[in-house]
Write a protein that binds this ligand. Structure first.
Ligand code: ATP
Length: 265
């Protein structure tokens, strides 16, 4: 049988960057397969946020290459990478707090609507239907995330867990093929984290997205991830399925050395 090799959804090859004298990433490589839930973990200062910023085009790698669905994105700017279908959430939610939930999601769509320029000039029927399409998409996203009931509420009046869902919705509004989640469980309690885990699984299972996350909540990471890469001091010290990574002496050492055990997180 003729098996085509799968093109990784995301591939990092020898990616390095330094700040001053510090090698924040010292040549890291990893492959994320399509529809995988993949986590990057590691003690504080390991380089996780730097890796996300390099993948999303916020920082430029000093060495190495990054491929997204086979395309070289190493030198692309964040908006260009987003347009290729990479969505992202931020730890410090990037929401318009005085706008409603629906307005926030519509705004996220508009940033990426290519024909907007023309709509302002011509105002044709085609454009109106694009507007209707956007509204329908936003409706679907709200229903998927179970935040429909807050559609017309102002974001600032809603609780933190709901705001985190809206942030997820903003990233989904782009219709990405891959989504980067920056500490999605930060600030959530046990039940909220469990609900979020289900949502992340549904993003993969029902929407068919690839998910890459950074997360400190080990029970969440271990329960939802297909594979995990562990960073320490800017280097990959382990990569594999949750049970392999958990049993790896280098990983245990890295966490205990930083006095941050699984039990604590
Ligand atoms: P945490 O779990 O605490 O968020 P992290 O794994 O995300 O940590 P990074 O924030 O990527 O780690 O930091 C990796 C190293 O690079 C650290 O030594 C950090 O101080 C340094 N660093 C990161 N960003 C910058 C920057 N913009 N300027 C200078 N140093 C930086």
């Amino acid at each position: 049988m003729d098996m085509q090799p799968t093109v990784p959804a995301l591939q990092l090859s020898g990616v390095a960057i330094s700040f001053g004298g510090i090698k924040a990433l010292d040549g890291i490589s990893l492959d994320v397969n399509p529809k995988e839930i993949y986590a990057i973990i590691g003690p504080n200062g390991a380089g996780k946020t730097t890796a996300f910023n390099i993948i999303g085009g916020v920082y430029q790698a000093k060495a190495g290459r990054i491929f997204f669905n086979g395309a070289d994105i190493t030198r692309l700017q964040p908006h260009a990478i987003a347009r290729l279908g990479m969505g992202r959430t931020f730890q410090n939610l990037e929401l318009f707090s005085r706008m409603t939930v629906k307005e926030n999601l519509m705004a996220a769509k508009h940033i990426h609507t290519r024909t907007r320029f023309w709509s302002e000039i011509v105002g044709t029927r085609g454009v109106r239907s694009e507007e209707e399409q956007a509204a329908e998409d936003v409706q679907n996203i709200m229903s998927f995330l179970d935040i429909e009931k807050y559609a017309d509420a102002s974001v600032e009046d809603l609780g933190f867990p709901v705001q985190k869902r809206i942030e997820l919705g903003r990233a989904l509004a782009l219709r990405p093929s891959l989504i980067l989640l920056d500490e999605p469980a930060a600030g959530l309690n046990f039940v909220e984290t469990r609900d979020l885990s289900e949502t992340i699984m549904a993003i993969r299972n029902d929407l068919g997205l690839t998910v890459l996350l950074i997360e400190h909540d080990m029970s969440m990471v271990m329960s939802i991830s297909d594979r995990i890469t562990v960073l320490d001091h800017g280097e990959v010290i382990a990569c594999g399925a949750p049970e392999e990574v958990q049993a790896n002496p280098k990983v245990i050492e890295a966490y205990l050395g930083k006095r941050r055990s699984y039990a604590e997180t």
